[in-house]
Structures are given as C-alpha cells and as structure tokens.
Design a protein around this ligand. Structure first.
Ligand SMILES: Cc1cc2nc3c(=O)[nH]c(=O)nc-3n(C[C@H](O)[C@H](O)[C@H](O)COP(=O)(O)OP(=O)(O)OC[C@H]3O[C@@H](n4cnc5c(N)ncnc54)[C@H](O)[C@@H]3O)c2cc1C
Length: 414
C-alpha cells in the first residue's frame, strides 16, 4: 500500500508539495482552514525571479528602514503595539543584516532557485494550466542616484550565470513602456524573469491534483498536534483525529504557531502586503515593473493590472488598512502617465511568512521523524514553490540531502 501524506496548507507551497508527492505515488490529503489559495498565494505580484534571490536582511537595510519610517516614506510599517511582541524577531533580523550573511543567503537561495524556470515549464507540459508571461522584469527609477546604485548590485547576478541586466535610458524606457510618466529617469531590464497570475496557478494546481486523486479537506483548521517524543501520531482538526505516515506543515505565516504544539521554535511572523487589481485597466504595460524609489510593484496580466507592496508588521490578520492601500496608489501614480484605474478593483491583503534570516524553512523537523516543514518564503513563495516542493519531496522519500539544503534546515532556530 502506498504511504499516506497529509499536507497542511493549500497555498502555493502546500499544493506544489502535494503535486510532487502524488507524482511519486503517495496518497495525499491536503487540508486547509479555508478554500485553496485564499492565504498569501492569491493576490501577490506573481514574480518568478531567480535573479532576485538576495535575502531580505541585507547590509544597510536597518538604517534605511529606520530613516524611511521616521520621514513617513517607508514601505515598512510596524504597528506600535506589535513592537514588544516581535522584538526578538527584529533583533534576529538585524543580526542577520551583514555582508557575510547576505552573501551566504544569496548563494543558498540561488541554489534553490536554479531549477525554477525548468520546473515551471514542466508544470505547463504536464497539463497544469495557468497564466505565465516571459517578458522579463523592469526596474524603473525616478532618482538617477538610486538607478546607478541598483545597476551596480543588479549586475552581480551575472556572476551566477544570469544575463547581465540591460541599462535603459529614459527615452528607451518610454519607448518600451509608453504608459510610464516622463518623470522616470531610467530603468534596468532583467530579461529572463517571468511572472504568473498566482490565482490562476492555484486554480490550475488544484484542478490537476483533483484529477490525480489528491483528497482536499477545506474549511478544516488544524487545532492541535499529538506527538510522541520522536514522531507525530495525529493531527486534531475539525473535531477529528487525522492520521498519516507523513505530515507536511505548509501553513504559511501560521506555521510557527502550529509547531509550538510540539515545542519546535520557528520564528515565522506575518509581513502583510497589499495589492489592488484593476480589471480592464486604463494603462497597458508589457513588463512587470519594480518602482524602485518607492518599492511598489506592478504586474500586467491578461485584462488586468495589479499594483502592490508594503511590509506591515501588525500581527497575523488580513485586516485592510486603507491608509496603506492609498500609499500604494499614490506611490504608483508617480510613475504612471495617469493614475491606474479600471472597471473594477479588488483590494487584497496577504501575510508573507517572514523568517528573520530571510531564508525559507524546508526539511525534516529536528526531532519528529515523520514531520516536514515547508514555509517562511517571505516575498518569494511563488517563485520558490516548485523547487521547494521538489526538494522536500526528495527528503520525504529519504533520498540523499544535498549539502546546500542545510541552509534551510528547520532546526536552525532551536
Ligand atoms: C503584496 C505581496 C506581493 C508578493 N509578490 C510576490 C511575488 O511577486 N513573487 C513571489 O514569489 N512571492 C510574492 N509574494 C509572497 C508570496 O505570496 C508568499 O511567499 C506565498 O504565497 C506563500 O505561500 P504559502 O503556501 O507558504 O502560504 P499561503 O499561501 O498563505 O498558504 C498557507 C495556507 O495555510 C492555511 N492554514 C494556515 N493555518 C492553518 C491551520 N491551522 N489549519 C489548516 N490550514 C491552515 C491557510 O489558510 C493558507 O491557505 C508576495 C506577497 C505579498 C503580500
């Protein structure tokens, strides 16, 4: 009889894991407290961006964040009442913001990302249907100094085998994207990046998994975990006790709350971001845009335009703060010929699962031999989903673990 796996979390990470496990012949149940993809994997920007693999804690980020918060321009917001609760996480984040950690983290994330494009292509070949675009990614700057600085750091990706980013003058930029405002100073094109519409990806994966015989149990929250010192015995969810041979926790920003049940410390907190999706938009862009001075992003889709950003630490909730949404609108309108508008607008908030070292958590739990974790992907969960899931699946099947995967070890915070 085939092994049975329960995957908790039907976001991009959980669904991708269910995909690889069912491909390998395991019987898989996906469990979610809501409908699939209603967590962070819904309204994000959908960038598939291996060349943006640098971890978030980076040299200089602490100073620039504090300065931005003081003058009110920062995309980072920490709710005053949250400071005390997340203080240990912030201290750990700041400790990781060094040249050395950044270089090690970049190597690790690049290693994980190396199969990303190939795996996304395989998903399409295997009949998973979703919206994917191949135009690359365009950085846009209004401040020429920032543009020059970014060009220096962006060029480093060439050391890792990615094409050298192309520098675009203001004229070239406006030729490429006429709906940008003439106030933009210049741009940088990363030609190999892609973007997907994440909600179509989730739909495509769910449809495929249904056909492959994966069981879905939605509207069922895991409330407790029963464990011996060395293994998980069952999950308690919706008044039932659910048993399997293997358990995977892919519950996004809520994963750390679940592992507390078994004494495993995973400092994953919610970093809230917002997006606005305009249907039948008044602006047409070919490329996804990173609006570099304000750190707001824009992704064009078939018949829609999405703008989004911000990093808000206000606890694990999906509450929408209209001031934060307005700041995204204002920031993007500085770069556009006219403010973005459309027939309808969907306003969305999602909780990024943030680790203090900026690296995801992928692998076997340190003490419980049948428990595996896949979470903490921060702003890269869509990009890293297939590679994470392929790696985790190999670990679940007890295949040799590549030495590079140590960087993602769930035991590293204990
Ligand atoms: C504004 C914004 C823009 C972004 N842009 C990008 C981008 O361009 N590229 C990119 O790669 N990433 C991007 N991200 C990040 C990306 O969205 C996340 O990294 C990714 O969605 C995380 O996926 P996940 O499966 O880990 O979590 P989720 O999608 O949140 O899924 C977790 C699931 O677990 C379920 N769950 C939680 N607790 C329980 C429980 N107790 N019992 C049962 N179920 C439970 C939830 O209901 C949820 O469905 C962006 C995020 C934001 C906010």
């Amino acid at each position: 009889m085939s092994k049975h796996a329960i995957v908790v979390g039907a976001g991009a990470i959980g669904l991708a894991t269910a995909y690889f496990l069912s491909q390998e012949g395991l019987s898989v149940t996906v469990l979610d407290q809501a409908e699939p993809g209603k967590g962070c994997s819904h309204g994000n920007m959908g960038w598939i961006c291996p060349s943006l693999s640098g971890p978030l804690p980076s040299p200089g980020i602490v100073g620039s964040s504090i300065k931005g918060m003081l003058d009110g321009t920062s995309p980072l917001y920490i709710k005053p009442s949250e400071f005390v609760r997340i203080w240990p996480w912030l201290m750990s984040f700041w400790r990781h913001a060094t040249v050395m950690h950044y270089a090690v983290g970049l190597e690790a994330n690049l290693w994980l990302h190396q199969r990303t494009l190939e795996l996304y292509d395989q998903w399409l070949e295997h009949g998973i249907s979703f919206e994917m675009h191949h135009e690359g990614l365009l950085y846009v700057f209004r401040d020429i100094t920032l543009w020059n600085d970014k060009m220096k750091t962006a060029s480093r990706v060439a050391d890792y085998g990615f094409p050298v980013p192309e520098r675009l003058t203001q004229d070239a930029l406006l030729d490429l994207e006429p709906d940008l405002s003439p106030s933009v100073a210049g741009g940088i094109l990363l030609p190999k990046e892609r973007h997907v519409r994440a909600d179509t990806l989730i739909r495509g994966l769910v449809q495929h998994l249904h056909t492959a015989g994966v069981e879905f149990r939605t509207g069922v929250a895991v409330e407790a975990i029963d464990a011996s010192p060395f293994a998980i015995r069952s999950l308690r969810a919706g008044g039932e006790r659910l048993q399997a041979d293997v358990y995977v926790l892919a519950a996004g920003a809520q994963t750390g709350g679940l592992t507390q049940h078994i004494g495993l410390k995973l400092p994953i907190i919610a970093g809230k971001g917002y997006s606005l999706t305009f249907s039948e938009p008044n602006l047409t862009f070919r490329h996804p845009l990173y609006l570099g001075d304000t750190k707001v992003a824009a992704s064009p889709y078939n018949g829609a335009l999405r703008v989004g950003g911000t990093m808000e630490f206000s606890g694990a909730n999906m509450r929408i703060d209209s001031q934060r949404v307005d700041s995204i609108r204002k920031a993007s309108s500085l770069y556009f010929r006219t403010p973005a508008a459309g027939r309808d607008v969907e306003i969305w908030a999602g909780m990024r699962p943030m680790t203090p070292d900026g690296l995801p958590v992928i692998g076997k739990a340190p003490r419980h031999e049948n428990l595996f974790i896949a979470s903490g992907h921060g702003s890269d969960g869509i990009s890293m989903a297939p590679a994470t899931a392929a790696l985790l699946c190999d670990m679940i099947l007890d295949r040799p673990r590549p030495v590079e995967a140590h960087a993602f070890d769930p035991g590293r915070f204990s």
